[in-house]
Design a binder for this molecule. Sequence first.
Ligand code: PGA
Length: 266
Amino acid sequence: MSLFARTQPAPLTRPAEDLPVRVRMVVGNWKMHGSLALCREMVPAMASIAHPAAALVLCPPAPYLGEVTRLATGSQVQCCAQNVADAHGGALTGEWSAGMLADLGCRYAIVGHSERRRHYHESDHLVAAKAQACLEAHVVPIVCVGESWIEHQTGQTEAILQHQLGTLLALSGWRGLIIAYEPVWAIGTGVAARPETIEAAHRFIRSRFAARDPVAGNNMTVLYGGSVNASNAANLFALPDVDGALVGSASLQSDALMQIYTAALA
Ligand code: PGA
């Protein structure tokens, strides 16, 4: 028997309401920052402006997921993990499953962020397996894709996206994914990609899914991430193929996140 025996749940039939609908979203990814004090400041502040017209999602570090879900109970604020295991259980010290997130009331999980791909060597195959585990547990995976600077400079963006999306399109439940286009070179630099670059990438991503199923593909939610801030958010949200944003550093300041979210509601 494998040392890492993993329990697998019975396959689930996806309910009809899980078919894609384009959703306006602002997702705040705190990365490995924050504190209990920040949870207690940020959740009530965001709950005071959160509106059903746009999802407002906070991704605290894992130790704070319980506190954020508790504080967000009864409000429009949703909780998201920054990572999740590809298995549903087993001898996997340090991991947590999508089922555990669902148990907590945490509705989303970021999968395949470029920082995890780079620092923890997550492959497209592992990212797809994590997304699959989320889908099976009814946790919505927000899957990050995007090219490096050198790939961007050498005109390889579509080839890289095509490759990253290929493993996702192989999942039977791909219609339940949310995609975040995050050009690696725009993350944490303070300089977002140009609007025409973002729109072209989002259109390409949507077209890959639409080629498989036009209705589902055209209804996928596609977010942009990479140096989104209070000054550029409104312009980004005006792009026809941008449904919302995955926000890193600006999500640690309630004023900035409130301004970004307000732009999403406009
Ligand atoms: P940033 O991070 O907004 O700080 O660029 C975005 C992300 O990594 O998701």
